[in-house]
Design a protein around this ligand. Structure first.
Ligand SMILES: *[C@@H]1O[C@H](CO)[C@@H](O)[C@H](O)[C@H]1NC(C)=O
Length: 176
């Protein structure tokens, strides 16, 4: 039994090990895999809406991306580490470095480690990466064990990374 578990664990780890060239996409949207159809994505809010305030990165359902939802990824340092900028707009940071901290538009850019199950050549509105986890990288370059989590009708928050939590399963779509 023990060896079967070890093999299974190795497969799971391998399945989430791809670094996708997100920085080569002219634009991208960050979509949760936990809501069907796959249209619920990061949106930098420009108005207060319920629990989401101006500047928060909220989860917002939209069929086609609008300007607030299209991001650019920049590769930084270590392979798999990226920063995100709203295309033509603000950098994305975090409100803190503890579980429950929010993703926000910020002048202090956060670095994330993005590991995906698969990468695809994509243009237009198409999946460029799937089964991704987006983990905050600490200021010293170590991994935080805090991952971007989906919560319905709410801001994007960091929670302890958990590969079994479907709310942390994220897709990256290319955006025209
Ligand atoms: C990870 O997520 C699964 C599925 O939601 C849950 O059952 C499990 O309790 C979580 N593990 C931890 C350590 O939170």
């Amino acid at each position: 039994m023990q060896s079967k578990f070890a093999i299974l664990a190795a497969f799971v780890a391998a399945a989430a090990a791809a670094v996708c060239p997100l920085d080569q996409l002219g634009g991208l949207t960050v979509v949760t895999n936990s809501v069907s159809p796959l249209q619920t994505r990061w949106d930098v809010f420009t108005v207060n809406s319920g629990a989401v305030n101006v500047g928060d990165v909220g989860w917002f359902r939209n069929n086609q991306p609008n300007g607030n939802e299209v991001f650019k990824a920049q590769a930084v340092g270590t392979s798999g580490h990226f920063t995100f900028t709203r295309r033509g707009g603000q950098d994305i940071g975090v409100s803190g470095t503890t579980a429950g901290s929010r993703l926000i538009a910020s002048t202090t850019t956060a670095t994330f480690n993005v590991n995906c199950g698969s990468c695809f050549q994509a243009s237009g509105n198409a999946v460029a990466a799937e089964n991704c986890g987006i983990q905050l990288v600490n200021g010293d370059g170590t991994l935080s064990n805090l991952c971007v989590n989906f919560q319905s009708d709410a801001v994007a928050r960091l929670l302890e990374c958990n590969d079994s939590n479907s709310n942390q399963n994220i897709l990256i779509f290319s955006a025209p």
